[in-house]
Ligand binder design. Structure first.
Ligand code: ADP
Length: 589
């Protein structure tokens, strides 16, 4: 599919015509002084003069702010335009230009689908503790004051590139991506999802940037305005246009010029670089801690891709994290469209360091094609039963013996829907620092690892913070004490909040067009409360029967009743959508 990718800024229009499956760029261009010398309509007419030599099948528009509404790229219609309009208050410079571009492009290319791809979308599933500011919750909700994050298209792209370079599935990696261009942001990407990012409600927060201050005490902003010497508009300009590398160095927003001045001994230029580097290092440390581990650090954007000296400053002395920079590789590293990834760490480095050339246009083209295909390629209705999984326990043989005695065996109570699985008569007590939960059932057969699956509500009751994990992945999970009739065991790990998932046979997977480890969305509609479950993991095995498993909190949130209608929406690499019908069964026994 040939896609025209349009990026309308406040004074320029950038475009590329991309063959989305091969990534080849057919033509590209930049039209400047838009809004000064010519209108967006005139600029788009010029774009079309060039782009029209190719059979454009769809147009992908970069849209900076999608607010809370847009969690994915979306086909543009009048209602979508109205919602982008509502987000102008969060991105007063960008969204109006994006909208002007959309309208002008629709006028010159009325017969192809137009798709909006949002900078914020990749971050839309951050957990509440990452996106919330610690302010009055009603004020936050009514004013939309929360972290949205930006550069999502770039962070998502380089994360994919890193996974394929490392030959590991993205959903098994913990990555930190630093996009260092004129704008700069850090992103913690845990198992394929943005779980935190440094830009906030606006692109001002976080790292030091070309002209933006990044993190600053909100009290300083209030104090400047209260001084009576600066209006709010002036403070806005100071923090967005006169700060960062430019403000601190007093020389330039362009890192190359600041580096040259620093090399000649300019103190302010040196401080600007030190501030930039220090802030980036702080975020790496913070996000490694936030994710409880790290597999790779990615540097991208003009500075991350090109400045070996900045990469060296940012990545040195991280041996304690398991990251060993290779100075020579770092100096030699060159990234390009044909060789987008360069390793800059030593081979023995446990945590990898990669310079990666970002390609937001290609990502926009791919997402545009996905959205268009999804709409053209609806599948036939298909029922997926939904089972609610109450808290339960899987034990290994040694732990079972300690809790129930050396001669004890598991006694099956009833078979569960997945073949070979059964609920047992045996039950245990979970002991947390705050409370105990009694009569938690053991599921058989015994396994090689202990795994205790509880809901978020249970976590709060017990007073333990357990991570959301796929079944089987208990490494680094939460500790828990188990009490049985013959003894108790304090496990250092094994407690998880199970990730929702769909079991299916390989035949089902073929029918749905998904594979093991894919992630899909499932929308429950038609019940008392419509709800979309994101991040639903697909698990394929010849012994599995088609069934989606969610926990009691999730079932309550959806107010699931028998025969609720829903829709399965594939995300990621898949582009189909299908109606589903759910039925509720309790697998807890
Ligand atoms: P944008 O965010 O506008 O897309 P870029 O990603 O192009 O910006 O990054 C621009 C920044 O990259 C500038 O600060 C520029 O100085 C820096 N940069 C580009 N090339 C180099 C280089 N070879 N060495 C050092 N800095 C570089």
């Amino acid at each position: 599919m040939i896609v025209l990718v349009i990026n309308c800024g406040s004074s320029s229009v950038k475009y590329q015509v991309i063959e989305q499956d091969t990534g080849s760029v057919k033509t590209s261009g930049l039209i400047e002084r838009v809004g000064v010398d010519l209108t967006y309509e005139a600029a788009l007419a010029k774009v079309l003069e060039d782009a029209n030599q190719f059979a454009i099948a769809a147009v992908g528009h970069r849209v900076v702010h999608g607010g809370e509404r847009f969690t994915d790229a979306t086909l543009i219609n009048s209602e979508v335009i109205a919602s982008i309009y509502e987000c102008i208050r969060f991105a007063p410079l960008h969204n109006p230009a994006n909208l002007a571009g959309i309208k002008a492009a629709q006028a010159v290319l009325p017969n192809v689908p137009h798709v909006a791809v949002f900078d914020t979308a990749f971050h839309s599933r951050m957990p509440a503790h990452a996106y919330s500011y610690a302010i009055d919750h009603q004020l936050a909700a009514s004013e939309g004051i929360r972290r949205y994050g930006f550069h999502g298209t770039s962070h998502a792209y380089v994360a994919q590139q890193a996974a394929s370079y490392l030959e590991q599935p993205l959903n098994e990696l913990r990555l930190i991506s630093l996009h260092l261009g004129n704008g700069a942001s850090a992103c913690a990407i845990e198992f394929g999802h943005s779980v935190d990012t440094s830009m906030g409600m606006t692109p001002l927060e976080g790292l030091v940037m070309g002209t933006r201050a990044g993190d600053i005490d909100a009290g300083a902003v209030v104090s400047l305005i209260n001084s009576g010497k600066y209006t709010a508009a002036e403070v806005d300009r100071i923090l967005n246009k006169e700060s960062g590398l430019k403000g601190v160095s007093g020389i330039s927003q362009d890192l190359r010029e600041v580096e040259n001045a620093a090399a000649e001994g300019d103190e302010r230029a040196r401080l600007a670089i030190q501030l930039f580097v220090y802030r980036a290092r702080k975020y790496i440390g913070a996000y490694a801690a936030a994710m409880g581990g790290l597999d790779a650090v990615i540097l991208t954007g003009g500075i991350g891709e090109n400045s070996s000296s900045m990469r060296q400053r940012i990545l040195q002395r991280f041996d304690f994290l398991g990251l060993k920079l290779d100075e020579q590789r770092n100096i030699d590293a060159r990234v390009s469209a044909s060789m987008p990834v360069a390793k800059v760490c030593r081979d023995i480095s446990k945590v990898k360091a990669l310079a990666i050339k970002t390609n937001e246009e290609l990502m926009i083209a791919r997402q545009t094609a996905q959205v268009v295909n999804r709409h053209e390629d609806k599948q036939t209705p298909e029922g997926i039963p939904i089972a609610v999984s109450a808290r339960h326990i899987h034990l290994d043989a040694a732990t079972f013996k300690t809790l129930f005695g050396a001669d004890a065996t598991l006694t099956p109570l009833k078979d569960l829907s997945q073949p070979g699985q059964y609920a047992c008569n045996e039950r245990l007590t979970l002991v947390g620092p705050r409370n105990r939960i009694e009569n938690v059932r053991i599921l058989g057969p015994l396994r090689t690892k202990n795994q205790i699956e509880i809901s978020r509500t249970d976590e709060f009751f017990l007073g333990i913070d357990a991570p959301v994990r796929d079944s089987g992945r208990t490494e680094g999970s939460a500790p828990i004490t188990l009490e049985g009739p013959k003894g108790s065991v304090s496990l250092s790990e094994g407690l998880i909040c199970a990730r929702r998932h769909i079991h299916m046979h390989p035949d089902d997977a073929r029918r749905f067009g998904v594979k093991d480890n894919d992630e899909v969305e499932v929308a429950i509609t038609g019940g008392p409360r419509d709800l979309v479950f994101g991040d639903v993991l697909i698990r394929v095995h010849p012994s599995y029967r088609l069934e989606m498993h969610i926990d009691t909190d999730e079932a309550n949130a959806a107010e699931l009743s028998n025969n609720t209608d829903g829709a399965l929406v594939y995300t990621g690499i898949n582009d189909a959508s299908a109606e589903i019908r759910s039925r509720q069964t309790d697998i807890s026994g």
